[in-house]
Design a protein around this ligand. Structure first.
Ligand code: FAD
Length: 419
């Protein structure tokens, strides 16, 4: 089976890459090989089913790279976003009949606020563009033979599902002139996450260290603290290692069984020290009332006590924080004098994170130094292009990761020569 271009992976970046190839080379014979029983599984789950697919504030500051220095990362991303940024995303989805809407913080969603409508629209675009798709087809090897690439592909699980596309029954080889690797990352295995992409490319490019990103933290919690599970709060947090601040963040937090979730907590995870021993000395320090100074909170609590003297809740923080959080802080404080300091700074030991299965993204991937920009071809094999989360770029929450998938997919699909 011979194709002009094969895309490995039918996630956000792979689908965008295939559509981009078709736009730039309308006569190109294109195939997407996807190991799952359907395309775009993570897109379907994104934004709690609403699909936060971009953000007005697309800047390199909202992205990280584990291996590249700040200026290399900035140059790489600026070049990429000059080619395809959020304005192009609006135009792209608008052109497919999906207008976007923005919330107050600049997050972009399909107007329907329904991720499945994005999946359906992209699927229809592939069908209309006559891009071939083969599902349950896992690429297990890439071989460079003269000027072409040969892929060994095996059937992946057999799940009876309604499919829009054909699926693979038995092992086959495929050849192509240009290959786009869009295998995503190992985060969220239940939605297709895998380390297959890193393995396929290990002979072609250096891969950085990999860390779970955007994932809840594991906290060491005694029985009293366990009662906090399910409680949300808006506050701020500092992550410390041996008393040194690693990072800080503010926003929404959610206590879960044995841990801390919520967008603001999940963004802390990529900064955790990787050494397990070291984790024993990692602490998260929570401020439940970041809008108040300590002295203001002390005055407030003492006045409150005077007003409510003799009532059950004269020594509590009910009304400032949720009742269960107040109960916990009061128990931990013991005296009213200790309550305000605890509201400003309650510490828990951190025991790593909930790991790759619970992570939304992976930090790290194919090192930027291994990739030509602006083509996204590999320096070692310029007929292989890479895009999406497989690359050592990860974004904050807010639509930055999907925007990176659209941007890098579009660029890879230009199939620019790299010399
Ligand atoms: C629960 C959840 C919610 C999220 N919400 C948001 C959000 O609201 N906004 C946002 O910006 N980002 C969000 N993200 C992150 C975002 O979904 C990803 O960054 C994005 O999907 C990455 O796109 P990708 O194409 O690189 O990888 P993927 O979407 O993971 O696609 C890779 C595809 O390649 C396939 N594949 C892998 N290896 C092979 C192989 N060897 N052969 C064949 N196929 C293979 C996989 O099955 C997969 O379908 C969320 C992620 C999760 C898990």
């Amino acid at each position: 089976m011979k194709y002009d271009c094969i895309v490995i992976g039918g996630g956000a970046s792979g689908v965008m890459a295939a559509l981009s190839v078709c736009r730039h080379y309308p006569n190109c014979k294109i195939l997407i090989l996807e190991k799952e029983f359907q395309l775009l599984r993570k897109v379907e789950a994104s934004g709690n089913g609403r699909c936060n697919l971009s953000n007005r504030n697309i800047k390199s500051e909202n992205y990280y790279s584990l291996q590249a220095g700040k200026s290399a990362k900035q140059k790489f991303l600026q070049t990429a976003f000059n080619i395809f940024s959020y304005a192009d995303t609006i135009e792209f989805f608008g052109g497919l009949g999906v207008p976007l809407r923005f919330d107050h913080s600049g997050r972009a969603y399909p107007y329907s606020e329904q991720a499945s409508s994005v999946v359906l629209t992209l699927t229809q675009a592939l069908i209309k563009s006559k891009i071939e798709v083969l599902l349950q087809a896992e690429v297990v090897q890439i071989k460079s033979i003269d000027k072409s690439l040969e892929l060994t592909v095996e059937p992946y699980k057999t799940v009876k599902q309604k499919r829009h596309f054909a699926y693979l029954n038995s092992a086959q080889t495929f050849q192509c002139k240009k290959l786009i690797v869009a295998c995503g990352s190992k985060a969220a295995r239940n939605l297709g996450g895998t380390d297959s992409g890193y393995q396929l490319l290990e002979d072609y490019a250096a891969i950085s260290e990999l860390r779970p990103g955007l994932v809840p933290l594991n906290l060491i919690m005694d029985e009293k603290a366990q009662s906090l599970a399910g409680q949300r709060f808006k506050g701020s947090a500092r992550l410390l290692f041996k008393n040194k601040v690693l990072t800080q963040n503010s926003g929404e937090f959610l206590f879960v069984a044995g841990g801390l979730s919520g967008i603001a907590a999940m963004e802390l995870a990529r900064f955790l020290p990787q050494d397990n021993q070291a984790n024993q000395e990692t602490i998260v320090e929570l401020d439940f009332v970041p809008d108040y100074q300590l002295s203001e909170m002390e005055d407030f609590l003492f006045n409150r006590r005077k007003i409510l003297a003799g009532q059950n809740n004269d020594f509590s923080a009910v009304g400032i924080v949720k009742e269960k959080i107040s109960d916990y802080l009061v128990q931990r404080a013991g005296t009213i004098k200790n309550l305000a300091p605890l509201m400003k700074s309650t510490s828990f030991k951190v025991d790593g994170s909930k790991g790759f299965p619970a992570a939304q993204i992976t930090a790290g991937g194919v090192c930027l130094s291994q990739i030509w920009m602006p083509s996204l071809a590999l320096k070692s094999q310029p007929n292989i292009y890479v895009c999406g989360e497989l690359i050592d770029i990860d974004g904050k929450t807010g639509g930055f990761n999907l925007q990176w998938a659209w941007t890098s997919g579009f660029i890879a699909g230009q199939l620019r020569d790299s010399f």
